[in-house]
Ligand binder design. Structure first.
Ligand SMILES: [Zn+2]
Length: 491
């Protein structure tokens, strides 16, 4: 979601991508390179990548929840085969349902995944699984090929590497989460995770509940659009079966199995649900950024996306694209100068542009690409002390048709003055107890809910019509999104 701290991720260095690559299986020999590393090398590699991830993703600002997750993680890791690693467990402020691990003991879980869990035992299952990848020294076998197309940024960016600058940040941020392990490694991580959680007396069956909720999420989500844990950890249904078998065959049955539903729910009470509209949201083709206090209107019918670092739009026939992001420059001239230094591009003359509340410069550019010549227009706009870069481009043959639309989009940039929009708040999870025996559907009928009952049922891991006992703790979602706002992650 377009953030205040935007271009951080642009610096997401090749180092990190290099790191990720270097722990991949060597295609020539099939050897697992990670397994050949010394623990010191492994830790150093993880440490570097960890710093990059925290620059790119942001840890959730909730010390109590971070401490809770870290404590559980530390106890699980202490009972693992590699207690000496510098284990860290971090909740990321990301609505995507995901968890992942880096070599050296760096484990991450998103607030998106925490939304769907209902107990400490489930959390322990997820953390245990990720710990398993580290202790078994699994290597990344493949990184799934995310195309910019699947992120909605489109073909144009793919065509020309130099133009990837803006799109790539979003892509890199995502790719980190797409470290795929082999199916065997997944099974092994499940088996190890089960063992670690059972060692701490957590009910191992709760890992099957995690699989069930992930299966439900995968059905509900447009996977192509929002891949997360589901992309990296395929087939929860199949894994569920193996988990059940493992629990039986290894006789994993703690004497007094711990679930700790209440403790868990207390810690996620108040958690943001879905994407935070303060980081920008779309209502149809209009984009609003309450924190940055501006709005912009993209052409109707274009496919739009609000990624962490960029806002992108793709023409209906996918032959033109627009990308907007924050630059690190202090002035528009400095930003334009930077842009001009890109190799392989030629430029037209700079022109001044004045839009409501912002002034800047326009810079036409032309790029020689493999499929042919591409034309585009970049605008650098200065607004409230920040400099934005917006680009639009298409193949040269189509540019005459697209240029007016691109220009019109630039010119639609304007301050937000509506107080309701400026003060908009995200939806939040509230934990409450059912006042009497009833179904979730009946509960929702009594009070309005900003999310459908089907989704509430999913985050509570119950059926909408199922009768729940009086006093059952449930998560409800409170708040109100702006009318028509698209919550990209959740709906
Ligand atoms: Zn895994």
């Amino acid at each position: 979601m377009l953030h205040q701290s935007l271009f951080h991720t642009f610096l997401l260095s090749l180092l990190l991508i290099g790191t990720v690559m270097s722990c991949a299986t060597n295609p020539a020999t099939g050897e697992r390179q990670l397994a050949l590393m010394s623990p010191e090398q492994e830790i150093a590699m993880g440490q570097q990548a960890h710093a990059e991830i925290l620059k790119a993703m942001e840890a959730l600002d909730n010390p109590g929840l971070q401490r809770y997750v870290n404590d559980i993680g530390q106890r699980l890791a202490a009972s693992s085969e590699r207690p000496e690693l510098p284990w860290t467990f971090t909740v990321l402020d990301d609505p995507v349902v995901n968890a992942f691990a880096l070599p050296g003991g760096y484990i991450y879980i998103t607030r998106g995944l925490l939304t769907y869990l209902t107990s400490e035992a489930e959390l322990a299952g997820v953390l245990g699984h990720e710990i398993g990848h580290v202790t078994a020294r699994h290597s990344v076998e493949q990184m799934s090929q995310t195309t910019l197309g699947s992120l909605g940024l489109g073909i144009g960016i793919l065509l020309y590497p130099e133009l990837q600058e803006l799109g790539r940040a979003a892509q890199q941020g995502m790719q980190l989460l797409f470290l795929k392990f082999s199916r065997d490694d997944e099974r092994e991580a499940d088996r190890l995770g089960l063992r670690y959680m059972t060692d701490l007396q957590y009910a191992p069956q709760k890992l099957t509940d995690v699989m069930d909720v992930l299966a439900a999420v995968s059905q509900a989500q447009d996977q192509e659009k929002m891949p997360g844990w589901l992309a990296t950890h395929p087939a929860p249904e199949e894994r569920r079966e193996l988990i059940v078998q493992t629990i039986r065959s290894e006789n994993l049955q703690p004497q007094n199995p711990i679930v700790n539903q209440n403790e868990y729910l207390q810690h996620i009470d108040g958690l943001i649900f879905g994407s935070d509209p303060r980081d920008g949201y779309f209502v149809e083709s209009r984009f609003y950024h309450p924190d940055l206090q501006w709005r912009m209107e993209f052409p109707e019918g274009w496919q739009t996306t609000n990624q962490r670092d960029v806002v992108g739009a793709l023409s209906p026939s996918r032959d033109a694209a627009m990308v907007l992001g924050l630059t690190r420059s202090r002035t528009v001239d400095e930003a334009a100068l930077q842009f001009r230094q890109q190799k392989g591009l030629s430029f037209g003359p700079l022109q001044a542009i004045q839009v409501s509340g912002a002034s800047g410069v326009l810079l036409p550019f032309r790029a020689q690409t493999d499929p042919g010549i591409m034309d585009g227009l970049a605008a650098f706009l200065s607004y409230q002390g920040k400099v934005y870069q917006v680009m639009g481009y298409s193949m040269a043959a189509r540019w005459a048709a697209y240029r007016p639309q691109v220009l019109q989009t630039f010119e639609s940039f304007q301050p937000i003055t509506d107080k309701d929009i400026l003060s908009i708040q995200p939806l939040r999870i509230t934990v409450t107890k059912l006042p009497q025996s009833m179904s979730l559907s009946a509960f929702v009928e009594r009070r309005s809910s900003p999310v459908p009952v089907s989704r509430l049922a999913m985050i509570n891991q119950v059926e909408p019509q199922e009768t729940l006992a009086k006093g059952t703790p449930i998560k409800r979602v409170d708040g109100q999104l702006p009318p028509g706002a698209r919550n990209e992650i959740i709906f």
